[in-house]
Design a protein around this ligand. Structure first.
Ligand SMILES: [Zn+2]
Length: 446
């Protein structure tokens, strides 16, 4: 329904959107006009009131003040979405997901599931992620290129899901976080993996990932929590090995994200030139100083500790893994607060796929509890995440020229950031996937 009130300004904007600039092809693009009662401007950290957003095709054409007059959609029609009683934000970005799978049972997940099982169900998780308001994810590790296949299906309009920046196999050491450890030497999987020892092997894995579609390279700089090798903090790559990953990735125009819990491995990864350190649980003062100096991003997943401690014993995870999580949990949160206070660049990343997909928004409240303002937490998941992903101006902002990735909630997330756990409106690339506010028809997959 289009309101009867008249809005000359908007009429002009829409006519411009439909008729001006690029001539013929642009004229055919669908137009959506959105009234936003409140708009969180992630770049300035301000809240704008009564704005009109004009979407043309998959991009935002213009954003400007709403004078309250009627919406006139212009000669070719279009769609009007009334979010005048809601808060509109840029689509959220999770910089650390494993979107193709999530744990059900330790032994079943390892021994009874093939990459084909994973690929068959991954679209369910992609849809849940998108409907939770996360319109972009950087996926940092998946088996057998399932992340790349999923991305292709989403980009091809076959299934609903976020924009994915995939990294395929995590590159890591024999016996380390990405290797199957803790079992009989006779047990070997035939599938490919990212295991690589020494600089030449690392170079090969980087090239192999990129050959098959990786847009980021993920390396395991230290031991992990959800793997059976000893000592969660132990370094697993030399600085030279990681430097090779960074240099080789750069040759192909890619960047590196390093999984690193341990103090020494974090510093090696930063010195080697990675773009982001994931987890960063035991970062020390020197690591914080190095990250600041080098402009290295920290992506600290400070929600999932709650989920692991509550659920993973039930799912059959060995006690040694649960014990590792106990070591990491609180320290990681304290170090998040320290790093934030020190002014290190931080982007939102949750390790979704450790906990159920679609719960990505649960981390906001922890980031606020551990020292960020709600606006800072939102910026971590929008404008800052976009900067880490080299998508500034295209993602994480509601501005002319950006992708029309928009979300909305009826309440005010700056007053209560848990509002972002229940996103009520989701648009990705100009298509509406969820609308519990204005009741717009949503995209249907046939
Ligand atoms: Zn992870």
């Amino acid at each position: 329904m289009i309101p009867r009130r008249a809005l000359p300004l908007l009429f002009a904007a829409v006519c411009a959107a439909i008729a001006s600039e690029s001539p013929a092809p642009s004229a055919a693009l669908p137009v959506t006009v959105i009234r936003a009662g409140r708009l969180i401007d992630s770049a300035s950290g301000k809240v704008l009131t009564n704005q009109v957003i004009v979407v043309e095709g998959d991009h935002i054409k213009s954003v400007g003040p709403d004078d309250g007059g009627p919406i006139v959609l212009g000669p070719n029609g279009g769609r009007y979405v009334d979010l005048s009683d809601a808060t509109v934000l840029p689509g959220l970005i999770d910089c650390h997901t494993h979107i193709t799978s999530q744990p059900e049972n330790y032994y079943t997940d390892i021994f009874r599931k093939s990459p084909i099982d994973v690929a068959t169900t991954s679209h369910i998780y992609a849809r849940r992620t998108l409907l939770a308001g996360f319109t972009t994810v950087r996926d940092v590790g998946a088996g057998e290129y399932t992340d790349i296949a999923l991305k292709r299906a989403i980009d091809g309009g076959k299934v609903a899901g976020p924009r994915i920046l995939p990294s395929a196999h995590t590159v890591g050491a024999t016996g380390g976080h990405v290797d199957l450890t803790g079992f009989s030497p006779s047990i070997q999987f035939k599938d490919t993996s990212g295991v690589a020892d020494g600089v030449d092997a690392v170079r090969f894995r980087v090239r192999q990932n990129i050959k098959f579609g990786a847009e980021w390279i993920k390396v395991a700089a230290t031991a992990g929590v959800l793997s059976e090798e000893e000592s969660v903090g132990a370094p697993q790559y030399s600085e030279q090995e990681m430097r090779m990953a960074v240099e080789e990735a750069a040759m192909w125009g890619k960047k590196v994200a390093a999984h690193a819990h341990g103090t020494e491995g974090i510093k090696r990864a930063i010195r080697a030139g990675v773009a982001s350190v994931e987890h960063a649980s035991f970062i020390d003062d020197e690591g914080i100083r190095l990250a600041k100096e080098r402009g290295t991003w920290l992506v600290m997943d400070i929600y999932n500790d709650d989920y692991i401690l509550a659920e993973f014993t039930r799912m059959g995870y060995p006690e040694k893994i649960i014990e590792k999580e106990r070591l990491v949990g609180r320290t990681q949160r304290e170090n998040f607060q320290k790093a934030h206070r020190a002014g290190v660049k931080m982007a939102y990343g949750t390790d979704a796929g450790v906990y159920p997909h679609g719960w990505n928004g649960k981390q906001f409240r922890h980031m606020v509890q551990w020292g960020m303002t709600p606006m800072e937490a939102i910026q971590a998941a929008t404008v800052n995440a976009a900067e880490l992903l080299h998508q500034s101006g295209r993602l994480g902002t509601v501005a002319a020229g950006a992708f029309a990735d928009l979300i909305a909630v009826k309440s005010d997330p700056l007053a209560d950031v848990t509002a972002l756990e229940k996103i009520e409106f989701v648009m990705k690339g100009g298509e509406v996937f969820k609308d519990q506010i204005a009741g717009s028809p949503v995209k249907v997959f046939e």
